[in-house]
Write a new protein. Structure first.
Length: 166
């Protein structure tokens, strides 16, 4: 049996992030992330893939929103776990970045996720929050969660990020 459905499409646009990544090294992580929120720097390319917005940052905390759409569906008709993984990795990394002085960078070493509730397009806007539980000069430890508009917990994560001088 075949389904006769009209194909849909989604256009992804982005700005090359490499020049701003170099400029980011001249600023504290918190200042750089705030500049993104203020529109002085464009969002990273991954943001266009999952409708991701950096909402707020403070030392050790990052909050982002994202909205799942049909382009995020897996073969069983729900939002692919990679959508949540991308949001969780993003808030964890930005939470770490918000603690870094100028000249320092980070990368994810591990990310462990617990999926608690599925998502569909009906879920609507979701909010991810990452919180640094232990900053460090070589490694930082982070926890994060995703909630829907009603405050229901959808997924949680823990992460370890390597902190380094590029």
């Amino acid at each position: 049996m075949t389904l006769d459905q009209a194909a849909q499409q989604k256009t992804i646009t982005w700005v090359d992030p490499r020049p701003q990544a170099l400029e980011a090294l001249t600023m504290s992580g918190l200042d750089y992330l705030q500049a993104m929120i203020d529109g002085r720097f464009p969002a990273p390319p991954i943001a266009s893939h999952i409708n991701l917005d950096l909402v707020s940052v403070s030392p050790g905390v990052a909050v982002m929103t994202a909205t799942p759409d049909e382009s995020h569906y897996n073969p069983i008709g729900s939002v692919h776990g990679g959508f949540a993984a991308t949001l969780l990795d993003s808030v964890c990394g930005c939470a770490v970045q918000s603690t870094l002085p100028a000249g320092m960078a980070y990368t994810t070493l591990d990310l462990s996720i617990n999926y608690l509730r599925g998502m569909t397009t009906e879920t609507g806007l979701v909010t991810g929050e990452g919180r640094v539980t232990k900053p460090g000069s070589r490694a930082a430890f982070v926890e994060a969660d995703i909630k829907d508009a009603a405050g229901r917990l959808l997924a949680t994560a823990t992460s370890t990020c390597l902190v380094f001088t590029p």
